[in-house]
Ligand binder design. Structure first.
Ligand SMILES: *Cc1c(COP(=O)(O)O)cnc(C)c1O
Length: 398
């Protein structure tokens, strides 16, 4: 990198360049691990001067070091118009910090009924204890959210597509309704990442990533981020500092390393997942496939309008059958691991029971549901594995 780039660049170029300041990387290519708590100053005068401006400056380990600053800056660069990004030790920690940055006792928070279950637990647990009310809404409500906004409504969370069942939300309509009433908007953008859905540019105030998923990309570290849109940087910073949030430099290094390949990984996740989702949709044992890029998925038209592509996580409903048949399908898979999380290079399959995690919407599925994370293996191998799984399901159903 001998000179500045003077023209717009594509996603793969952006993730390669982002956050790599020479003063942070030194002579090496990717930002190395900077460990440290105490920072030594040359003089008391320098120490005093540093206290007044502590964003991305050597101050004390809890405020981060170049490994963290570089990743935070890189994520921020992926969201044109963003004011700043903070990192957390997990995606859930990021969600908690974002909530605490904007909510106070007496406030009401609106959340989609398809919220990630730990988000729901946070809203109905800690937030409730602090005097904040959680109210769940139909993720497909769109502009109708205006009718739910009351005098105490302070913030609206969106998660699009929704956890487990992938309902695509009308983010621009919800943002417009919120802005008209001075309500803060937050988006859990983990599925799409800023590459497929640049949320800050669409007017979202705070956008959250479980970096554990596609940023890290290798299932070997936990990490979260919150990016602040115009007007939200100061309170996000103050809240994060007061909470003592700092992500480990080793994990941030892994996040930074993962980020460099994220654009090419996402393309492969997208192509393989789409192929497998379309194949599943044709199988007689499958009743419906919930993938935002497929017409069975609620909010599919919104997806086509707003997203620049899809990623590798989706679910499907089996045609009849029982949990035992579903278990037979999953247990015998050779290439799909059985485990939580997603976004890594390896494929995963888990049984999901979305109705258990909902309070205001009802599902009417033809059979049990399975969620798949499609990894970077050859899709033909994954299809063969799933075909054998569907045959086991069929045998169990008969
Ligand atoms: C995994 C996940 C999170 C939480 O991230 P962790 O790093 O596991 O805490 C948040 N939101 C969504 C949509 C997720 O899938």
């Amino acid at each position: 990198m001998s000179g500045p780039i003077d023209r717009p660049v594509g996603d793969a170029t952006r993730v390669v360049l982002a956050g790599r300041r020479k003063e942070w990387t030194g002579g090496v290519v990717n930002p190395p691990v900077w460990r440290g708590s105490t920072i030594l100053y040359d003089s008391v005068a320098e120490m005093r001067e540093r206290v007044s401006d502590t964003h991305h400056k050597f101050f004390y380990g809890r405020r981060g070091l170049p490994t963290q600053w570089s990743l935070a800056d890189a994520l921020n660069e992926l969201e044109p118009g963003a004011e700043g990004t903070f990192l957390y030790c997990s995606g859930v920690a990021a969600i908690a910090a974002a909530f605490l940055a904007v909510l106070s006792a007496g406030d009401e928070l609106l959340l989609p009924d398809t919220s990630y279950d730990p988000t729901r637990a946070l809203a109905t647990g800690l937030l409730k204890r602090l005097g904040i009310t959680a109210r769940f809404y139909d993720p497909l409500i769109g502009a109708g959210i205006a009718e739910l906004i009351g005098p105490a409504t302070r913030a609206i969370l969106m998660e699009s597509p929704g956890s487990l069942t992938f309902e695509v939300q009308d983010v621009p309509a919800i943002v417009a309704a919120a802005k008209a009433r001075g309500v803060v908007t937050l988006l859990d953008n983990t599925w799409a990442t800023p590459l497929l859905f640049p949320a800050i540019g669409l007017g979202v105030d705070l956008t959250i990533l479980a970096c554990t998923k596609y940023i890290v990309g290798h299932s070997d570290a936990m990490l979260g981020s919150v990016t602040a849109g115009p007007g939200f940087f100061a309170r996000l910073r103050d809240t994060s500092f007061q909470l003592g949030q700092v992500a480990s430099p080793d994990d941030c290094y892994l996040g930074s390393r993962g980020l460099r390949t994220m654009a090419v990984r996402l393309k492969q996740h997208e192509a393989s997942a789409l192929r497998i989702a379309r194949w599943l949709a044709e199988q007689p044992q499958v009743a419906a496939v919930f993938h935002p890029a497929l017409p069975d998925c609620p909010g599919h038209d919104t997806f086509l309008r707003d997203f620049r592509g899809s990623s590798g996580l989706f679910s499907f409903a089996l045609n009849g059958g029982s949990d035992a048949g579903r278990v037979a399908l999953i247990d015998g898979l050779a290439l799909f691991g059985i485990g939580y999380s997603w976004g890594g290079f390896e494929s995963l399959a888990v049984p999901i029971d979305p109705q258990r995690h909902r309070s205001v919407t009802r599902r009417d599925d033809a059979g049990p549901l399975v969620r798949l994370q499609i990894g970077l293996e050859d899709p033909d191998d994954l299809i063969a594995d799933l075909a054998a799984g569907l045959a086991r399901f069929e045998t169990a159903r008969a």
